[in-house]
Design a protein around this ligand. Sequence first.
Ligand SMILES: Cc1ncc(COP(=O)(O)O)c(C=O)c1O
Length: 393
Amino acid sequence: MTGLREAEKIYSFPVYPKRDLVLVKGENAAVFDENGREYIDCVAGNGSLNVGHSNPAVVKAVKDQAEKIISCANIFYNDARAAFLEKLISVMPAGLRKAFLCNSGAEAVEAAVKFSRLATKRKKFVSTVNGFHGRTLGALSATHNSKYREDFLPLLDGFSFVPYNDFEKMERAVDLETAGVIVETVQGEGGVYPGRPDYFARLRRLCTERGALLIIDEVQTGFCRTGKFFGFEHFGVAPDILCLAKSIAGGLPMGAVAASDQIEVGIGKHGSTFGGNPLCCAAGTAAIEFMLENKLWLEAERKGSYLMERLRLIKSSKIREVRGLGLMIGIELKEKAKPYVLDLLERGLLVLPSGLNIIRLLPPLTIPRDDIDRVIERIAASLGDKEKSFPLD
Ligand SMILES: Cc1ncc(COP(=O)(O)O)c(C=O)c1O
C-alpha cells in the first residue's frame, strides 16, 4: 500500500490544509498517531465528539446494530430509527415535534431552507455577517465568508447578511417577504462570538411579528457544547426550525432538522438515501442517552468556566481576549493563529484556528480534569510571554 500520507495526497482533492499527523486511534479526549504518541484533542472531529472518541456506549450500540441491519430505505419503517426519533424529539423544546434525518450540517441547513420556502411561500432569507452554515450551494448561500463563496456564484437568490448581535440592522432587513432568519447561537467558524440574550429575545419577537421563521443553526453549539443542551436555552427563546449535526450521533455522520408540525412537508418534497440509517440512529440514541445520564451540559459549563478562567490568567502580550460559552472557547490573538496551532501540535495539543487570529478549542465534554490542566500548561508554554512571535503583517 502507498504510504499513509501519500495515499491521501495522491488520491484525494487537496481541499483541506493538512497537518503532518496521521491519527490512528482515539480514546475519550486523547488521540494517538501511528507511532503511539498521544495528543490531547481539542479539535475532536471539528466538534463532533461531545461524548468523546469511541465512547463505549456508542461503540456497543454500533456493534449491536451492525449485526442486525445497517441500511434501511426510508420507504420502510425501522426500529432503530423509531427509537432515535423518539429520543431526539424528547430533548426538543415543546414546539418542535417532527424531524427530518440527513447526513451532515450542510444538509440540515438545505432542508431548513426548503422547508421554510414551503411553509411560508416566501423566498427571502436573512443571515449574519461571519455566519457559517455549510458548503453545499444552498447552505453556502447562507454562509457569509466570500472566500468560500466567490468561485461558486451565482448562489441562491434572496439571501442578505446583517451584522451579528445587531438588532436594528436585522429589523431593517426582515420584511413581509422573508421566509426565514438563519442564525447561530455562538458564531463558531466566524470567530467564537456568543449571541446576546436581548438580541435573541428581540429577534424571536420580530420573526413572529413579520411571519418569518426563526431558523437556529446548532450544528456546532448543540448537544451540550455551550453548557445547555442547546445554545438557545441561554436566551429563553425557541426556534421554529432547528438545524443539528456534528455531535448528534457520537461521531458518526448524521444531521437533522427539527420543526413544528405546523410546517407541512408532503410526500416527495425532500428525501435522502442514507438519512436516518439504522447504524447512525443507534449511535445517536446511545449518544443522547449518555448526555442525559451524565448531565453533559453541566460538565461543559463547569469545565468551560474553569478553562476560560485559567486561560485568562496566562501572562501573554499575544492574547487579546479569551471568550466563549461552555466548552466552545476562542482565544483571540494579536498575531496570526496558524503558527501557534502548529506549535501546539508539537507540544501534544490539537486545536483549531478560527479566522486569521483566533485559536478555537472544542474538546470532548468528557475531557478529564487532568487533561484540561495539560491544555492550559501547553497553551501557556506556547503563548506565554518570552516565546517567539508571529506578527499579523
Ligand atoms: C454552524 C454550522 N453549520 C453548518 C455546518 C456545516 O456542517 P457540515 O460540515 O456537517 O456540513 C457547520 C460546520 O462547521 C457549522 O459550524
